[in-house]
Design a protein around this ligand. Structure first.
Ligand SMILES: Nc1ncnc2c1ncn2[C@@H]1O[C@H](COP(=O)(O)OP(=O)(O)OP(=O)(O)O)[C@@H](O)[C@H]1O
Length: 267
């Protein structure tokens, strides 16, 4: 597939059936403008990954979409509704601070269900289904401090999925894990996606990972962040370790890298 430069694409990152629409988004920290009248659409039932230069605003944008951070101006809608009226999941980079240390793993996973209108039996059914689905071999009666980093992040991911979110946000979810665990978790996430088609938005500082998981890669410029490119990667799933040497992968990576380097040089 030929990767078209963005100037030939008539802003086709604005789409008819977007899941998340961002219009006129502005955000400043002090005098530093991170977003200035930013428009973007996040496609439905796809994995969109966000990549860009250090500090360009990758985490800021997903935090604003997820309503974890206020914006200065603009409108963000999920399925046409404000985020408060939708169900989202969020996986933080720092799983050590994300889990409740006073709750056992199983109670961490169950925690968000108390905010849904479910009976105790339904709650148990949801958790059991998820545990079975992930084929969890670890003892979920342990507390987070008794688990490895990878096990804790697995618990975090399960907690984000138990509400059956419309959109799942993940902020560098594997960056604190070792390589073996990272590969395993990427594949688990891909499996979840293939079965549920949950719209996902994943921030990554690793270009290879960003492409490997993506249907679409959003490349941001330095702040104030603009869409430097929005790149389609349509290699069939499941992708596996060898996918990174597939010619389509190599082509997309080269294109993304060129854009990234151009943006970094501008700084
Ligand atoms: N709460 C805050 N107060 C002040 N400045 C902030 C705050 N949060 C983020 N920033 C600044 O805003 C910019 C964008 O931050 P953000 O974390 O979104 O970047 P990022 O692209 O995710 O960065 P990285 O690649 O380092 O993870 C950075 O320059 C950061 O220092």
């Amino acid at each position: 597939m030929q990767v078209k430069p963005i100037e030939q694409r008539d802003a086709d990152y604005l789409m008819d059936d977007a899941h998340v629409t961002i219009r006129g988004l502005s955000k400043k920290f002090g005098d530093v403008v991170i977003y200035d009248n930013f428009d973007f659409d996040i496609p439905r039932n796809k994995i969109t990954t966000v990549f860009g230069p250090n500090g360009c605003g990758k985490s800021t944008i997903i935090n604003m979409i997820a309503d974890l951070m206020p914006r200065d101006a603009g409108e963000i809608l999920i399925n046409g509704k404000p985020v408060r009226e939708t169900r989202i999941g969020y996986v933080f980079q720092n799983y050590r601070e994300a889990l409740f240390p006073w709750l056992r793993a199983i109670d961490n996973i169950r925690y968000p269900l108390q905010f849904l209108n479910l009976s105790k039996a339904e709650q148990k059914q949801r958790v059991d289904k998820l545990v079975e689905y992930f084929g969890v071999k670890i003892d979920l009666n342990r507390y987070p401090y008794q688990m490895s980093g990878g096990q804790q992040q697995l618990v975090s991911i399960m907690r984000s999925l138990v509400v059956e979110p419309e959109v799942l946000f993940l902020d560098e979810p594997f960056s604190a894990l070792d390589y073996e665990m990272t590969l395993m978790m990427r594949d688990q996430l891909q499996k979840v996606f293939m079965e549920t088609k949950t719209t996902m938005v994943l921030v990554s500082h690793d270009l290879e990972e960003a492409i490997y998981l993506a249907d679409w890669v959003l490349l941001l410029s330095r702040h104030p962040a603009q869409v430097a490119d929005f790149v389609n990667f349509d290699l069939p799933r499941p992708r596996h370790a060898d996918s990174v040497i597939d010619p389509h992968f190599v082509e997309v990576k080269a294109s993304c890298l060129e854009t990234f380097q151009r943006e970094v040089r501008k700084g």
